[in-house]
Design a protein around this ligand. Structure first.
Ligand SMILES: *[C@@H]1O[C@H](CO)[C@@H](O)[C@H](O)[C@H]1NC(C)=O
Ligand SMILES: *[C@@H]1O[C@H](CO)[C@@H](O)[C@H](O)[C@H]1NC(C)=O
Ligand SMILES: *[C@@H]1O[C@H](CO)[C@@H](O)[C@H](O)[C@H]1NC(C)=O
Length: 654
């Protein structure tokens, strides 16, 4: 017992010796709330939950699920903890936890050796509505060549993919029991369980999804497991499949980059070098996000039958797209495997700092021979993408796609006349319920990375984009004592002018309107951090003052026992009663016995919610009462608050 006590006393002495300022001390305070076991942020395995609270529906459909997003924030949080304590062991632990639980192990993707880079996947069209699924496989549609599979395999001596799956049922509440190395072990299985939700087009919000296991052995669901809800085929094979959320993998790399910089400053580079090499490996595989979904050629890809498959790298748009996915048969004797990228990119997912780090930082250098070159191109293309999408006012509009409607349809003429490297503008890439660029948070998240990139490099292109964005956000942030208000919902008008790089870009016909404001602590934190990095490099007093006021305001007004959080009224929780489309005649079961058929609603597919301690509030609302109120502690928000306070403290020595 003596050793831990001594270690704790030394750690305590170190943190005092460092003479934390007001803001770095706030980081440490918030950090200890997040790590206080009685606050419930982590599972017994040490996995960060999406939120402390269990009754929680937004992108995940339960608070004790987790996402690759939460793991990426955890890694970044521990990197900054290292900066302040000069001890990077918890950063290494965060990466190990991520690797162990949310990067599929070999057992979970055992048939990659059957993958053919010349035929990455069979085309199936995305449909407009969930009710148009299953979508048939169309083997006649040309697909391209996967130009990175071979070099990845030889760089790492394995055909397996090193990428985070995006969603995990940490408490195995659905009961699939897809724990590491286990396929549908069932409700009694220990450990987190990999699941997936969205798979039926842009109108399939969380309220309309049918959660399913990543490894489908037909034990649950219908006679073909869950497969025939999505893809129409003549027969179905048992299979596994995973989907990465590229912004999260990029954020983990960004956190590792900072860990490297801070460790270097503390003379502790050797402590983190093995983890940084793994971050470089994650970035090597993350290149799948830079390619079109079916590796078709980028640009004017307006007909699925005539748009050709790519050769070499001409299927790369070099942007961080919405996902990449991989899967295969579970039968290791007669296997097959597939991979897809994504032809749609949202500005909100871009991460120029991660691209810069992968292209330039020797500690993070991916092993594959063409990886640094790909990330160099990606960095340039991302900066051009921001320019293409910047409104007159300064905010950034949606994104661009190589696959209109998710099936290479011919876009309207106003869009084909104004392309980005031959891709067309999309004001709401990928999902429409709600529109994917309505939430102001995308602005704060993405410009934060742009500002950090600018802080590190001083790149004038990044500065020009930020000058305009910062002016917009400063003009639209209101303060009244400790109170603050930021934009929260945005609307878009017009179309960007064509751009394929080169001269500075202007968009006379692209506009944003702010339709709602809020004091949300998570996006206030991201905004404050953006302003702080920008102010530190550009010597911009007004941005620095606004950052400080946001940080002080949230700290004064929104302290809870568990962190920093405000109340939310969830009017959307009437959608617990919303109908979920299941084809007529299709019937299946969840592990707990819940029936899946054409009478399904959100709650009938999730009867476990009726046992939740907060269910009564939702039930009362469904029966005509007031909309329920929650004070949520989301892991990403709480980490974001800590990281914003700490970054301000580190940048300004306060
Ligand atoms: C952890 O949280 C509990 C409950 O809020 C509190 O009583 C306790 O003092 C905290 N522990 C530490 C080490 O801060
Ligand atoms: C482009 O044209 C289509 C009709 O062809 C129209 O519905 C759409 O609103 C236009 N887009 C923009 C952004 O103006
Ligand atoms: C930063 O700006 C202030 C005025 O706002 C000025 O006094 C100071 O010299 C500037 N510092 C640098 C390093 O440019």
């Amino acid at each position: 017992m003596q050793v831990p006590l001594v270690v704790a006393l030394i750690a305590c002495a170190i943190s005092q010796a460092l003479g934390a300022g007001v803001y770095t001390q706030r980081f440490l305070d918030q950090y200890s709330k997040i790590h206080n076991a009685s606050n419930g942020y982590f599972s017994k395995e040490g996995i960060p939950y999406h939120s402390v609270e269990t009754l929680m529906v937004e992108a995940p459909d339960h608070g004790h699920e987790t996402t690759s997003e939460a793991y990426s924030y955890y890694i970044w949080l521990e990197a900054m903890h290292g900066a302040l304590t000069k001890d990077f062991s918890s950063f290494n632990t965060a990466w190990e936890t991520m690797e162990k639980y949310i990067i599929p192990g070999h057992q979970d993707q055992a048939t990659n050796s059957f993958y053919h880079a010349d035929k990455p996947a069979t085309f199936a069209a995305e449909q407009d509505l969930p009710s148009q699924y299953p979508s048939p496989m169309e083997s006649g549609v040309p697909v391209g060549h996967d130009p990175i599979a071979d070099e990845l395999k030889s760089s790492y001596g394995s055909p397996d993919i090193y990428g985070m799956h995006w969603l995990q049922d940490v408490d195995n509440i659905y009961g699939f029991g897809n724990a590491p190395g286990v396929c549908e072990g069932g409700p009694g299985t220990a450990g987190p369980s990999m699941i997936n939700t969205f798979q039926r087009g842009p109108q399939e919000s969380v309220w309309r999804t049918i959660p399913q296991p990543t490894c489908d052995s037909f034990k649950y669901g219908g006679k073909n497991g869950f497969l025939d809800l999505y893809v129409g085929d003549s027969n179905y094979a048992k299979q596994w499949k995973f989907t990465a959320a590229p912004d999260a993998d990029a954020r983990a790399i960004q956190g590792a980059y900072w860990a490297g910089q801070w460790a270097k400053a503390a003379g502790k580079e050797a402590e983190v070098s093995a983890t940084l090499a793994k971050a470089g490996k994650l970035g090597d595989y993350l290149r799948y996000a830079l390619f079109d979904k079916y590796f078709k050629k980028i640009g004017q890809c307006f007909n699925r039958n005539t748009c050709p498959g790519g050769t070499g790298k001409d299927s790369a748009h070099y942007l961080l797209s919405w996902y990449y996915s991989w899967g295969g048969a579970t039968d290791t004797s007669g296997g097959w495997a597939w991979r897809i990228g994504d032809g749609s990119a949202h500005f909100g997912y871009q991460n120029p700092l991660a691209a810069y780090a992968l292209a330039n930082d020797p500690a993070l250098k991916p092993k594959s021979p063409t990886a640094a070159d790909d990330w160099t191109k990606s960095l340039e293309r991302q900066l051009e993408f921001y320019a293409y999408l910047q409104t007159q006012e300064g905010a950034f509009a949606g994104g661009a796609t190589n696959t209109w409607n998710g099936r290479y349809d011919s876009p309207p003429a106003n869009l084909t006349a104004n392309t980005f490297y031959g891709m067309v503008y999309d004001w709401e890439p990928v999902y429409h319920d709600p529109p994917s660029n309505q939430w102001y948070g995308m602005q704060a998240w993405s410009t934060d990375r742009l500002a950090q990139y600018y802080y590190v490099t001083g790149d004038a292109k990044a500065k020009a984009l930020l000058d305009k964005w910062v002016a917009w956000v400063l003009a639209n942030t209101k303060f009244d004592g400790d109170k603050y208000e930021l934009p929260s919902s945005l609307e878009w008008k017009g179309i960007p002018a064509s751009y394929s790089g080169g001269a500075p870009h202007v968009n006379p016909d692209l506009h944003v309107t702010i339709t709602e404001s809020s004091a949300d602590v998570g996006i206030a934190a991201s905004t404050a951090r953006t302003l702080a990095y920008y102010a530190a490099k550009a010597n911009h007093t007004e941005a620095k003052t606004a950052a400080k006021k946001l940080l002080d305001g949230m700290w004064t007004l929104y302290q809870t026992g568990k962190g920093v959080a405000g109340k939310e009224v969830r009017k959307d929780y009437n959608r617990f009663a919303e109908k979920v489309y299941v084809p007529s005649g299709w019937t299946g079961k969840y592990p707990n016995g819940d029936t899946i058929d054409s009478t399904a609603t959100f709650i009938t597919l999730r009867s476990f919610y009726k046992k939740d301690k907060d269910w009564a509030k939702v039930e009362a609302y469904l029966n005509g009462g007031p909309a329920p109120e929650f004070t949520y502690h989301r892991f990403w928000q709480q980490a974001d608050v800590a990281l914003a306070q700490g970054a301000y403290g580190l940048l300004f020595n306060e």
